[in-house]
Design a protein around this ligand. Structure first.
Ligand code: PAF
Length: 290
């Protein structure tokens, strides 16, 4: 496995592979890899001849009071995990902004100014800027993103469409712990008691999903049902909403192409999750019962 720390090294290493028309599948990450990332890598192997993983904790997507400094950076363990997963090349730059604060950035519009965007000002501008930089450097044919970050996934898809970027975005279903908690690098911040509470998030989404499948399509009763469940566990969500998959806008009535999306703090740890409102797919997990 090749490890590159500089964009020029990436481009040099990729050139002969590109000349042989090999297809490149990119898995962008901020490191601290877990089973969810390994699933992205596994799917990447199904699409590309070469799998590239980027590892970079992008300062542009962290707000002033967020966890940039304490974000875990276990690079050695991440490289071992990539090696074991058959990754061809890791791009792990020390700094993608050598000239300081970039003077040219991507600016997101209304789709980013809701849900997480309300609570994390500038976050999606930072995400899209770094993802577009990675696309410029690596020029992948495919890029894989987890559905757990649903708003991020939808915005990246819109960026690729709006800017005519020659890359296909592959969404990958959320991988869950045995009790339904969505896998996330931030789960490691949870204390034992917080970890015991966290599956209430998934349980709430599932319960709303069941209510929809039983015939309730009015948004308010569905939301109230979910809020009641959360309140009974002393969880106050930052948001709990039903949105249309395509534009993340609230529907008039809930329908099959909608998603239930949630963000809440368990202790000091901000967790997000989402489920399609209609459970037509088996839930991807490492043991949870759908
Ligand atoms: O989802 C993430 O890990 C990050 O937001 C991403 C896409 C790697 C950009 O930094």
């Amino acid at each position: 496995m090749e490890v590159c720390t500089h964009p020029k090294g990436v481009q040099q290493w990729l050139t002969p592979h590109r000349q042989q028309h090999q297809r490149i599948a990119l898995v962008p990450t901020m490191g601290c890899l877990h089973a969810g990332h390994l699933k992205l890598i596994e799917q990447a192997h199904q699409h590309g001849d070469l799998v590239v993983v980027s590892i970079y904790v992008n300062p542009l997507q962290f707000g002033a009071n967020e966890d940039l400094d304490r974000y875990p950076r276990p690079l050695e363990a991440d490289l071992r995990a990539c090696q074991d997963a058959g990754v061809d090349m890791v791009f792990a730059p020390a700094n993608l902004y050598p000239h300081g604060q970039p003077q040219v950035m991507l600016h997101t519009e209304t789709m980013a100014n809701r849900l997480c965007g309300i609570h994390r000002t500038g976050h999606f501008d930072g995400v899209l800027t770094v993802v577009s930089i990675l696309f410029h450097i690596i020029q992948p044919h495919y890029a894989l993103f987890g559905e757990k970050d649903f708003q991020q996934l939808r915005l990246i898809k819109r960026m690729v469409d709006d800017l005519y970027m020659p890359v296909t975005i592959i969404p990958v279903a959320t991988l869950r712990e045995h009790d339904g908690l969505a896998m996330s690098s931030r789960n490691r911040y949870l204390s034992e008691s917080e970890r015991a509470l966290a599956p209430a998030i998934f349980a709430t989404l599932r319960s709303m999903q069941r209510l929809f499948c039983a015939g309730e399509t009015s948004v308010n009763p569905l939301i109230q049902h979910g809020l009641k469940q959360l309140t009974s566990q002393n969880i106050t969500p930052e948001y709990l909403e039903i949105v249309q998959n395509e534009d993340l806008c609230p529907p008039h009535k809930a329908h099959a192409a909608c998603r239930i999306v949630i963000a809440c703090k368990i202790g000091q740890t901000r967790l997000i999750d989402n489920l399609p409102i209609q459970s037509d797919n088996p839930i991807q997990s490492v043991g949870v019962q759908p």
